[in-house]
Write a protein that binds this ligand. Sequence first.
Ligand code: SF4
Ligand code: SF4
Length: 292
Amino acid sequence: MLIAVASGKGGTGKTTVATNLAAALAGRAQLIDCDVEEPNIHLFLHPKIIHHQEVTKPIPQIDFEKCLFCGACQNICQFNAIAVLKNSVLTFPELCHSCGGCRAVCPTEAIREVPRLIGRIETGWAGELGVITGRLMVGEPMAPPLIRAVKRQIDKTKIVIIDAPPGTSCSVIQSLRNCDFCLLVTEPTPFGWHDLKLAVATVRQMGIPFGVVINRADIGSGEVEEWCAEEGVPILLKIPFQREIAVAYSRGQLLLDLDPAWKRIFLELCQRVQKLSGRKSGGEGAETDNCS
Ligand code: SF4
Ligand code: SF4
């Protein structure tokens, strides 16, 4: 079972939910940090890293000895990643989507592909919990290729918790793709409510079953809960607004460290997710989905 933890905006408590849910499941889970621009689950779980992997994407390199400056490569590129001048060809690797089109149309085989480092994947363990973290290179604008590489590390024998990037961008879509359920974490503020509506529209469009977790549930006016009731969106967990929770978070502690009762709460959350996702009724991998 693949459970994505997402949010319409940053700072709502998404990583708190992902890390505590994974820690409650421990050896039955695998935690994947797909928030590759700003991964932070390591701050709470301190995994022991056992493997580093570099992730590259192929980009074009021009052999000017063979180039006719014909412009065919520029014409086919849909991303303005290559520009042909009178006596030169400029490439813009950060815009390149590695489609291979320019190389395919070049009449003189003047283009070859060279690897460009876009990020790294760290594999580690936090006790029995397997932790995979993607880290995008600073200045690299395209996260989806790295997120795809990170998701290739998924262990289908586990309950996989995916910490998705915030928002509703391509990176989020890539992180949510093929997930069985999405937990949308929000806070009961006007900003939280606004961005929750965008996130709900996104997961509905993708056809992914979902439910809401409200963090700092005691603040605000109740509009988020009223809207969820009107829309038929299940609220699966409310995390209270408490000083000790904020202090624990600032120290990089889990809720499970604060009070062992949170383990039961997160296991019950997993059971509700399992039920709503329909995984309990069987299907590939369902025998590995036991949250209890
Ligand atoms: S298609 Fe090939 S030959 Fe034509 S401008 Fe591009 S690199 Fe040069
Ligand atoms: S590989 Fe594709 S995206 Fe990249 S420069 Fe060539 S045509 Fe453009």
